[in-house]
Structure formats: C-alpha cells, structure tokens
Design a protein around this ligand. Structure first.
Ligand SMILES: [Zn+2]
Length: 292
C-alpha cells in the first residue's frame, strides 16, 4: 500500500512540477509578448530617456546660483550674494515654418532623434494633422541654421520651429494647415508673438533654403493674424523706390540680392523666379508703406 501511495505521491509531484513549468513557460512567454508590445507601441522609449536626461541637466544649470565672481580678479566683490526675486522664463518671439523635405512624418521623427543629424524642431505636423510636440517651447531647437532676419542672427535662440511633413514638391493638406493654425493661435497668445514674426525658413536663409515651398498658404495665415500681407488696391510705386532697401526694411538679408528677391517672391507672390518685376515692386512698396 505504501508503494501505491508513494507512486501516487510521485505522480502528483510530477504533475505539480509540469504544471509549474508550464506556468513559468507561459509567464516567460507573456513577458516577451509584453516587451514586444511595449517596444512596438513606443519605439522612441530610449531617445525619450535621453530627452529627460538632457532636460534634467539644463534644469540643474538653471537652478544653480549665479557665479560669485564672473568677472576678472580686479572686480570688487560684495560681501554677500543678492538674488533678485523678480524674474520669469525668456519667451520665443518668432515662429519659423518649414517643410521637412522628407517622405513621411515617421522619417522626420527618426531624423530628429538621431544625434548625428543635429537637427530638430519644437513641432512636427503630419499630413493627417497629427501634431508632435518634440521639444518644450522654452528650449532651443536646431531648425534655423545660419540665417538672418533684420538684425537677428541667432534665430534658434528666439524662435519656435514648426516642421510640416511635405517633400517640398507638393501642396499642403488642409488637415495639416488647420492643425498648424490652431497651434499658431496658441503660440501667438501664449508668448505675445507679433504678427510680423511668423515667417518661413526660406525668408531667414534666402541663399540656402526654400521652405516652406511656394504652395504654402501665407495669405490664409496672414488673414488669421500670422504674418503680413499686402493690399489688393495699391498706390503707384514712386520712380525712386529702392526695392533692395525695402527688402532689408522688411527683414530680408540682402547680401545676395537675387536670393532675397526670390525669397520675397516665393512668400508673397507664390513665384519661384529671381527677377523683380513691376507687380513684385508694387507689392513690396505696399508692404513697406503699410507696416514700416
Ligand atoms: Zn527648414
């Protein structure tokens, strides 16, 4: 009898262990499925970690008290440090609009998370209207590159960069533009950005850039309060009108005059040519008189 009980016991034990190993196998399988799902639903987990680490480092820098002696040894130092109590964060004063010149939103998200590309933007708007907010507005994105608008030469330090998914040769989808308009509305209100300071990448870098492409609806934007626009009824252009000076007054870098003209025409006349004609001069004269 003892043997019979012993056999039953060993059967129960082996059943128990096989159930246990089955359970463990299932658990390991479940764990893999979970990891797979987690990875496939959030492919940017590791780069988001880098984002958080960088933000933390900058927060630490901001939290540090000003250096006791930022000057030369000859500066006279006070006996104690006094910090002011009246301050807030610096605000962006420009919005620069781009087209990505890439083939999809996914491609751009990838580009902006690869360190070797050294490019980024605060926002990426997909053709569907989906808005990716990739960087806090108060931080400096790398979207402007070498550029100039008026006397402003460090555009990245004072601007928000918005990238529209567009390969550079296509029109802009209305869903995308609607999403852009809502974003611009919020940014304009939040940071009190002047209407004149909503411009394109091609405007600040006439020799290097042509984005957003000439199909971009600047007129529609201006009607909503983002960017400037000219009047339909315009007075005649005086014979002594200096169009280069007018371009400079508006903000264009006129170091390369034909590039500046081309930039201006792309923005205000949906024209990609470089020669200035009477219509262009009329528009330019009107803008200068209207706003400056
Ligand atoms: Zn651009």
């Amino acid at each position: 009898m003892g043997d019979i009980y012993g056999d039953q016991f060993s059967i129960i034990i082996s059943l128990y262990f096989s159930a246990l190993t089955q359970y463990m196998r299932n658990s390991v399988l479940l764990l893999f499925v979970f990891i797979f799902i987690a990875c496939s639903t959030h492919p940017y987990k590791s780069t988001n970690k880098v984002y958080k680490q960088k933000v933390k480092a900058y927060a630490k820098e901001i939290a540090a008290l000003p250096k006791e002696n930022p000057f030369s040894d000859s500066a006279l130092l006070p006996p104690y440090w006094v910090g002011t109590t009246n301050f807030n964060l610096r605000k962006p004063t420009f919005v620069i609009i781009h087209h990505t010149a890439q083939n999809s939103c996914d491609q751009t998200l990838k580009t902006f998370t690869l360190p070797r590309t050294s490019v980024s933007a605060h926002y990426v708007i997909c053709k569907s209207g989906v808005l990716h907010h990739m960087l806090n507005d108060y931080l400096r994105a790398w979207h402007g590159g070498v550029g100039k608008w008026g006397n402003q030469t460090d555009i990245n330090s004072v601007s928000i960069g918005i990238e529209l998914d567009n390969n550079g040769f296509e029109p802009f989808d209305s869903l995308q533009i609607n999403s852009l308009l809502s974003l611009l509305d919020r940014l304009k209100k939040q940071y009190a950005i002047p209407s004149a300071n909503f411009i394109g990448h091609g405007d600040i870098a006439p020799t290097r850039k042509n984005d957003p492409n000439y199909r971009f609806p600047w007129k529609l934007l201006a009607e909503k309060g983002f960017g400037l626009w000219y009047d339909e009824n315009r007075e005649p252009v005086p014979t002594n009108f200096n169009h280069i000076q007018a371009l400079r007054i508006i903000g264009y870098d006129v170091k390369d005059t034909s590039a500046a003209i081309q930039s201006f025409k792309r923005h205000f006349l949906q024209d990609t040519t470089k020669r200035i004609n009477d219509l262009d001069k009329s528009v330019l004269y009107n803008l200068q008189k209207k706003y400056y």
